[in-house]
Design a protein around this ligand. Structure first.
Ligand code: NAD
Ligand code: TYD
Length: 354
């Protein structure tokens, strides 16, 4: 059994769905169901007994300790976080609470559980922390991509809080010997992403005929990876990663934001043409830039390729096509997010069950 945190969020839900398809091992999913947690994303699981959902906070030491003692997982994968940079600018407090204090308490619970294991259990246990390329700060045009030894220089409250948790995770290895792994990944896109992030926001706004907001000059560069490829990298790191190590994960796919927006518009022009033959590109609106906006991220993923044999299966072209098609096919999921109906899914789905 493994314990996954934040498994009702975008990447966590994709991971859980992927896990039950490829493994027979059970999984406990601990998620507080913040605005970003959506159990409808896990609806394809149906009554699958491999998945045990627990609503709770990674910062609740008593709850996490009790879950660890009861289920005796061989690994913890920590996806749970506040994850949206813009929200961290408007209201940073929650980022400090979950990404730093919550991660610290999760580590504390993991440490005392790990101490209680016999030597075989101790050797096999892993604490895998999911992090981001944003901890490394911003690159200039022409700089080489981030390697695992690039210095930490986070610039938003989000990236600073993630950097802090990365340091804590490593300290628990160095000081206490906890067998930790850290993966730092570039920007993900794919099914079940909350439409506050660039790609789903552009898709849902375009379909609603709303403006497509591009921050600043739209020339900021991100390195985009299809979420399924991130999940396969995490599975591989869990299987074969060396305790104490960090692995950068990326798609070797740097693109300026404006090109991403063009790609989405052009796909929608083909798949859902506007009446009168105009292009969705006509909805693009340049808006005031995000404060402190990092100019460029790029990941050097050669360590995980070389040491663990992982490579992305999707190109940007195949991944973005699947993604746009998914949002077209899943208008109910989008509609329930927009109306807020997804927040009541828990009551709807679980009322009356023993
Ligand atoms: P998300 O915001 O979609 O989901 C986060 C999930 O964590 C939600 O289900 C939420 O309810 C849950 N959560 C929040 N606070 C919690 C708490 N205190 N206790 C328990 N659960 C809590 O985020 P995401 O995009 O799926 O990102 C998952 C992880 O991957 C994060 O750690 C993020 O920093 C990292 N990451 C994301 C990206 C990306 O492009 N989205 C890229 C690299 C790394
Ligand atoms: P986002 O999806 O928020 O991810 P991150 O900030 O973690 O990289 O944003 C991706 C890029 O798109 C980032 O450079 C900000 C930009 N962006 C826009 O131009 N317009 C938008 O409406 C949003 C949400 C993001």
């Amino acid at each position: 059994m493994i314990l996954v945190t934040g498994g009702a969020g975008f990447i966590g839900a994709n991971f859980v769905l992927d896990w039950v398809t490829h493994s027979r091992e059970a999984l406990i999913n601990l998620d507080i169901l913040s605005y970003a947690g959506n159990l409808e994303s896990l609806a394809p699981l149906g009554e699958n007994e491999q998945h045990i959902f627990v609503r709770g906070d990674i910062g609740d030491l008593a709850l996490v300790s009790e879950l660890l003692q009861r289920y005796q997982p061989r690994a913890i994968i920590n996806f749970a976080a506040e994850s949206h940079v813009d929200r961290s600018i408007h209201a940073p407090e929650a980022f400090i609470q979950t990404n730093i204090v919550g991660a610290f308490r999760l580590l504390e619970a993991a440490r005392s559980y790990w101490h209680s294991l016999d030597s075989h259990g101790k050797r096999g246990f892993r604490f895998l922390h999911i992090s981001t390329d944003e901890v490394y700060g911003s690159l200039l045009k022409g700089d080489p991509p981030f390697t695992e030894t690039h210095r930490y220089q986070p610039s938003s409250p989000y990236s600073a809080s993630k950097a802090s948790s990365d340091h804590l995770v490593r300290a628990y290895h160095h000081t206490f010997g906890l067998p930790v792994l850290t993966t730092n990944c570039s920007n993900n896109y794919g099914p079940y992403q909350f439409p506050e992030k660039l790609i789903p926001l552009i898709i849902v706004n375009a379909l609603a005929g709303k403006p497509l907001p591009v921050y600043g000059d739209g020339q900021q560069i991100r390195d985009w990876l299809y979420v399924g490829d991130h999940c396969s990298a995490i599975t591989r790191a869990l299987e074969a990663g060396r305790p104490g190590e960090t692995y950068n994960i990326g798609g070797w796919n740097e693109k300026p934001n404006i090109d991403i927006v063009y790609s989405v518009c052009d796909l929608l022009d083909k798949l859902r043409p506007l009446p009168g033959g105009s292009s969705y590109r006509s909805l693009i609106t340049f808006v005031t830039d995000r404060p402190g906006h990092d100019r460029r991220y790029a990941m050097d993923a050669s360590k995980i390729e070389r040491e663990l044999g992982w490579r992305p299966a999707e190109t940007f072209e195949t991944g973005i096509c699947k993604t746009v098609q998914w949002y077209l096919d899943n208008s109910d999921w989008v509609g329930n997010v927009q109306s807020g109906a997804y927040l009541t899914w828990l009551e709807k789905n679980y009322q009356g069950r023993a």
